[in-house]
Write a protein that binds this ligand. Structure first.
Ligand SMILES: *Cc1c(COP(=O)(O)O)cnc(C)c1O
Length: 427
């Protein structure tokens, strides 16, 4: 499969090149040249397929012949090795729990898939690939875990000192092997800036790539769980509305790709916190990125969502067409907390702040008689323990995955400027 840059100033790329490079030379993000719907038979009979078989059908056209089928199947087996349960919290609303993976964040799926593709593509190369990633918390752990032990791939994770939760810090600083954590004296934006500077620094001779959702191998596997959900929801025989708590808009964009492949989804709601660049755009047609604002759903604190350009491409850059299939609403922290409480009081269900924002999006959409709403629960409540235990009268039980890392010893290299990162990369 070929990919083109959405800045249209770089040559067409193979899947391999798009994965290894991350971003095109013209700084545009990659988009597949063709999207071919799956057969109606497959979708109708989806209940007869295992999750691994579904994932293979969904992804294979985007990989093409660049990874042999048997190897792609192996990669998928490692990627979707856990459950994606739907939990009803209302007659017509369910939570799609994406947090049963190794780091309890939905990013586990994309991170593992990308790591395995990169490992495959770099096999037989003498030189190693270095994955650089800046994290405000969740991405780092998923990437560290996904890439752990990948041959020929080194991972450097930059995180802001004192600004990630204890659990998140343990998840990204305790693994060792090919994973190095740089503890940056600064905020997330400083980490991001250092990564960007490194990509442009010609003195660094290493092959660098990024592991955020601009990378097609991290973005596309997110289509899987919309199919997995449909497998369960087919029997409801209702029009499906998906509300996706959104930050960089990679996850919801993958949902729209799933719809393009023929999945019968009626409408998408992109639910955001007060970082409302996209909701504002839908109101007045002016796309105005702005600095991010800190919230309790901090994995979505993004002022300039990098995947929105892909969503526009999917709707031929036509705002009116987009608005028919897609809404976007913004919610405050107060509304989020009130909703966590309401969900808990009504059903006993403990949502994390991101999931609660997703639920709010369904409320705002105002589900009709023949509609069924799904909100994506993108992180386990334990990942946002402080907020959850402050807001709800509960004590969250620490799951096994987390217990495993919590007592491990943190190892991180302190970095206070770009030069520290550069020194590390040059050695
Ligand atoms: C990354 C993340 C999101 C946002 O996903 P995008 O694809 O960037 O829109 C939402 N919730 C959690 C918990 C996350 O880690």
């Amino acid at each position: 499969m070929n990919y083109y840059s959405l800045h249209h100033k770089s040559p067409i790329s193979t899947f391999k090149n798009a994965v290894v490079q991350g971003l095109a030379k013209d700084r545009g993000i990659y988009f597949p040249e063709t999207i071919t719907p799956l057969s109606e038979d497959f979708i109708k009979n989806i209940g007869n397929y295992s999750n691994q078989e579904i994932a293979f059908e969904v992804i294979k056209q985007f990989v093409g012949d660049e990874i042999p089928s048997n190897i792609l199947k192996e990669i998928i087996k490692e990627t979707v090795s856990f459950d994606f349960p739907l939990v009803k919290v209302d007659d017509n609303i369910a939570s799609l729990e994406l947090f049963h993976g190794p780091t309890m964040a939905f990013k586990d799926v994309g991170a593992k898939f990308m790591a395995k593709c990169l490992e495959y593509f770099n096999k037989g190369n003498d030189s190693e690939v270095t994955v650089l990633v800046a994290t405000s918390g969740d991405t780092g752990g998923a990437v560290a875990n996904g890439f752990l032990g990948a041959k020929g791939v080194n991972v450097v994770i930059l995180y802001p000192s004192g600004k990630v939760s204890d659990i998140q810090e343990k998840q990204l600083t305790t693994l060792g092997q090919n994973i190095t954590a740089l503890e940056v004296d600064g905020v997330f934006d400083d980490c991001q800036e250092m990564v960007k500077t490194a990509f442009l620094d010609e003195e660094i001779q290493k092959t660098l790539t990024s592991a955020n959702s601009i990378n097609v191998a991290r973005w596309l596997p997110q289509m899987f769980y919309f199919f997995f959900a449909y497998k369960e929801l087919q029997k409801e025989n209702k029009d499906l509305i998906f509300s996706v708590p959104s930050g960089n808009f990679g996850n919801i964009c993958a949902g729209i790709m799933a719809q393009k492949l023929g999945l019968p989804i009626k409408h998408f709601v992109a639910s955001t916190n007060v970082n409302n660049t996209v909701p504002n755009y839908l109101i007045d047609g002016v796309y105005k990125p702005k600095p991010s604002i800190a919230t309790i759903s901090n994995a979505m604190d993004v002022g300039n969502p990098s995947n929105f350009i892909r969503i526009q491409e999917l709707f031929n850059n036509d705002l009116e067409t987009l608005k028919k299939a897609f809404s976007s609403y913004s919610f405050s922290d107060d509304e989020t907390r009130a909703t966590m409480k309401a969900i808990y009081n009504n059903s006993g269900y403990i949502s994390d702040p991101h999931g609660a924002v997703g639920y709010l999006g369904l409320q705002k959409h105002n589900l009709q008689e023949n509609e069924f709403g799904v909100f994506l629960e993108t992180a386990h409540p334990v990942k946002f323990l402080d907020v959850v235990e402050e807001t709800l009268p509960v004590k969250v039980e620490i799951p096994e995955q987390i217990k495993k890392v919590i007592n491990n010893k943190k190892v991180a290299i302190k970095a206070s400027s770009y030069q520290d990162l550069k020194n590390f990369l040059m050695n």
